[in-house]
Design a protein around this ligand. Structure first.
Ligand code: FAD
Length: 355
């Protein structure tokens, strides 16, 4: 198998596929390396009841509508199916499972080491998302705690926690939704850094995505636009129900763990069996440590999606720092398109005298 390409894309989730969509039209040779056995990136690993908060019509990659089985807010399985169909419809060149372990550069050629052999490329696009790099804050005594500690990335469904006392940590949408679901089956506590902020009930995903689009258009036109705070908790049905059941009350963070409990700042102990941290993610960049990128979970320096420190390297799909809303299904297409334009220009200049 020839493993030399113009472009190697690392990661075959929605961001890698959006790259493939635009790359396939350029005539450049490319491959997408993904360490999963099945298509869908992070989506198959999210919790079972998860539904998109973005409406189906606001959740499509370039070129192909997401119908979501007719549901306005498609279930995660509908997204997995959509991404699998997307890959085959456009005959995208994905190899899996191929796990990239290291990337280095010799002259103008990238060397991409994988568990399944070495690849070479003129350019590399990192589209590895962040789901495989969950963030859990360091808390004193955690190694003493005999209960279970997990991150929302490992949470699947509430059935495994029946009859346990569960603390959910985090004031974002994941924290609120997991709390809402777990509190239906067992006793819960909600622990947040600050008082959680809820959007009014009528502000649904459709409203938010409209607002985000208007904000983007306003930014481009250089005018001001006052949007609702997009980081606040969306009142999806399960969270509305939890509000009615009065389980959305939260306490500020505990200070340390003991063997069987957590200890509040006033010294009071609270017996607990399970702690679910819904405390976010960092970009999955460990395989770029040869470039001193990723090891400390710091964001790499970029201009748009292009690395400022390593020529020929791009980052796609990580959030606003790699393009407006680029960590969403609808937003990543725009970012991928401009990245491919930059790559075409970069490759056409390789070997030419730059003086
Ligand atoms: P991923 O889906 O994580 O894909 C990256 C791929 O790269 C994975 O297959 C990964 O295994 C692979 N990979 C990683 N490291 C390597 C390596 N070293 N070698 C090879 N392969 C590697 N967005 C919306 O638009 N609407 C929503 O409603 C919405 N809801 C969300 C709800 C939750 C709970 C979460 C967590 C996210 C949600 N998002 C939503 C955001 C976003 O769409 C997802 O996070 C999306 O999965 C990001 O896609 P990605 O391709 O960038 O990353």
């Amino acid at each position: 198998m020839d493993n030399t390409f113009d472009v190697v894309v690392i990661g075959g989730g929605q961001s890698g596929l959006a790259m493939g969509y635009y790359l396939r039209r350029t005539g450049l040779s490319y491959v997408i390396l993904d360490n999963q056995k099945q298509p869908g990136g992070a989506w198959p690993h999210t919790w079972r009841s998860l539904r998109l908060f973005s409406p189906a019509q606001w959740s499509a990659l370039p070129g192909m509508l997401l119908t979501g089985g007719g549901s306005e807010y498609p279930a995660r399985n509908a997204v997995v199916e959509y991404l699998a169909n997307y890959e085959s419809k456009y005959n995208l060149q994905v190899r899996r499972p191929v796990s990239v372990t290291d990337v280095s550069k010799e002259g103008e050629v990238f060397k991409i080491e994988t568990a399944q052999g070495t690849y070479f490329a003129k350019t590399v696009v990192n589209a590895t998302g962040s789901f495989s790099n969950p963030f859990i804050p360091k808390i004193e005594g955690q190694d003493l705690f005999k209960g279970r500690v997990l991150h929302s990335a490992q949470y699947r469904s509430p059935v495994e926690f029946a009859n346990e006392r569960v603390a959910v940590v985090g004031e974002g949408n994941s924290g609120a939704q997991i709390l809402a679901e777990v509190s239906l089956t067992t006793e819960t506590l909600w622990i947040t850094q600050k008082e959680p902020r809820f959007l009014p009930d009528h502000i649904d995903g459709r409203y938010l995505f409209d607002a985000a689009t208007q904000m983007y258009e306003a930014q481009k036109a250089g005018v001001s636009y006052k949007a609702p705070s997009l980081g606040d908790i969306v009142m999806v049905d399960s969270v509305k129900d939890a509000k009615i059941r009065n389980v959305l009350t939260s306490r500020r963070p505990f200070e340390r763990f003991t063997e069987n409990s957590i200890v509040w700042s006033d010294g009071q102990e609270e017996k607990i069996d399970v702690v679910i941290f819904c405390t976010g993610f960092n970009p999955a960049l460990k395989h770029l440590s040869s470039f001193h990128i990723g090891a400390d979970d710091k964001r790499p320096a970029t201009e748009g999606t292009r690395s400022k420190t390593i020529e020929g390297l791009w980052f796609v799909g990580y959030g606003n720092w790699t393009g407006f809303a680029s960590a969403t299904l609808i937003g990543v297409g725009r970012s991928a398109k401009t990245t491919v334009e930059e790559i075409v220009q970069y490759i056409s200049g390789i070997g030419k005298d730059k003086s």
